[in-house]
Write a protein that binds this ligand. Sequence first.
Ligand code: CA
Length: 227
Amino acid sequence: MPRILLVEDEPGLVLTLTDRLTAEGYDVTPATDGEQGFRAGLEQVFDLMILDVMLPKKNGFDLVRDFRQKGIETPVLMLTARGQVVDKVVGLKLGADDYLTKPFDMMELTARLEVLLRRRNSQPQDGDGVFQFGSLYFNFKKGQIRKSGKPVELTAQEFRLLQYLVTHPGLVISRDELLKEVWGLDASLTTRTVDVHMSWLRQKLEENPKFPARILTVHGLGYRWEG
Ligand code: CA
C-alpha cells in the first residue's frame, strides 16, 4: 500500500482527500501545517508527498526544498491556488515533481499520483544500494534491512535473494534464474529451495505474508518484486 504524506491546512480538503485516497488503496498521513508535515516527512518513509503551497508555519516551497536538502527524494505533487502561474516554475525548480491547481478533479489527482509512483518505481532509486518501499528500508552496502525502523535479521542467502529481486524491479524472474544467480550452479538444489526462501522472506518483510504485496508469485513463471 503506497504511503502518502498529505500536508494541507484546509480541513475540508484534508478530509475529502484522505477519504478518497484511502478508498483508492493509499495509506494517508495528514499534516495540517508545514512544521508538522516536515517532522512527519523526516520521521517516516513515504512513497509520495502532496504538499499545499500556502501553509501555516512553513510553506510548501520551503518544505520541498528542505526535504531535498535532507536527501529525501520522495516524489512531490504540489497543490497551488488558481492563477498562481509562477508557483509551478518555482515549485519545480525547488524539486517538486508535478503540480496541480485547485480546485482539481479527484480523477486527475489520482492519475497524477499513479504516474509519479510508476516513474519512481521504474528508476533505480539510489546508486548506493539504498532502497525504500513504504515501511521497508534496505541498505545493501551496509547490510541493513529494516521494517518500520526495526532491524530485520536475514540469512546470507535471504539477503542475496532480496537484493537480486529488488535490483530487478517489476521483472518476472524465474526460479531457475534465481538458483543460478543467487545460489550459483549446484545440481543438488531444486526450485523448491527458491520457494522456501521466498516464504521466509515474506514472513520477515511482508505486512501480511499470506497476501504478499512486495514479493509476488507470477504463476507458472517465477517471482516479481513490486516496489
Ligand atoms: Ca493552504
